[in-house]
Design a protein around this ligand. Structure first.
Ligand code: 5GP
Length: 173
């Protein structure tokens, strides 16, 4: 599988950017009651690195959603497989995602969480593919904007695998 990957973002580049993002979040959320919400599964390496680069006191929580529709395209029909087990009402919620593609997943998740009346809700993603967007969703923090490639590594999978790679690469099936 690994011989089908062209490197795109090195481990060093990712780690440097994650530290910058952590520093910015620490400035923006200083003194606030923050809940950092990770969207499983793909977010796990980014989430672990970002939260450790965020030098504040905050709570973490996880959600797992799945978009059905068959194949690699999400349909926007979002099913909650695992919900947050902490309340965000009146608190500042920061949703952390691995990649924003069509935007359909985050659009739904955002509305679902806004219904719970957080004091604020922002979105942070490691990767963004703006050219693929089908629906507008406000992304407040972006690690890297990339072209329309299918990428793997650093949490992103192909067929459930390759999430453990420390870098991001373009996968050529
Ligand atoms: P959206 O609803 O924005 O289209 O879908 C976002 C989800 O699609 C991501 O959380 C991720 O699971 C998946 N996805 C989108 N683009 C890629 C990609 O290039 N590589 C991988 N591995 N997953 C992707």
């Amino acid at each position: 599988m690994r011989d089908q990957i062209t490197p795109l973002l090195s481990e060093a580049r990712i780690q440097a950017r994650v530290r910058e993002m952590g520093a910015q979040l620490a400035r923006d959320y200083a003194g606030k009651d923050l809940v950092v919400v990770g969207l499983l599964n793909g977010v796990y390496p980014f989430f672990a690195d970002l939260t450790r680069a965020l030098d504040l006191d905050f709570e973490v929580g996880f959600m797992q959603v799945s978009s059905y529709g068959g194949g690699t395209e999400s349909t926007g029909e979002v099913h909650i497989l695992k919900d947050l087990d902490t309340s965000i009402q009146g608190r500042h919620a920061l949703v952390v995602e691995d990649i924003v593609d069509t935007g359909l997943t985050l659009f739904k998740v955002r509305h679902l969480l806004l219904d719970r009346e957080p004091a604020s809700l922002r979105i942070c993603t490691l990767l963004d593919k703006p050219s693929r967007r089908k629906i507008e969703v406000p992304v407040d923090y972006t690690g890297f904007s990339i072209e329309d490639h299918f990428v793997v590594g650093y949490g992103l999978d192909y067929d459930g695998k390759l999430r453990n790679l420390p870098y991001v690469g373009v996968y050529h099936p």
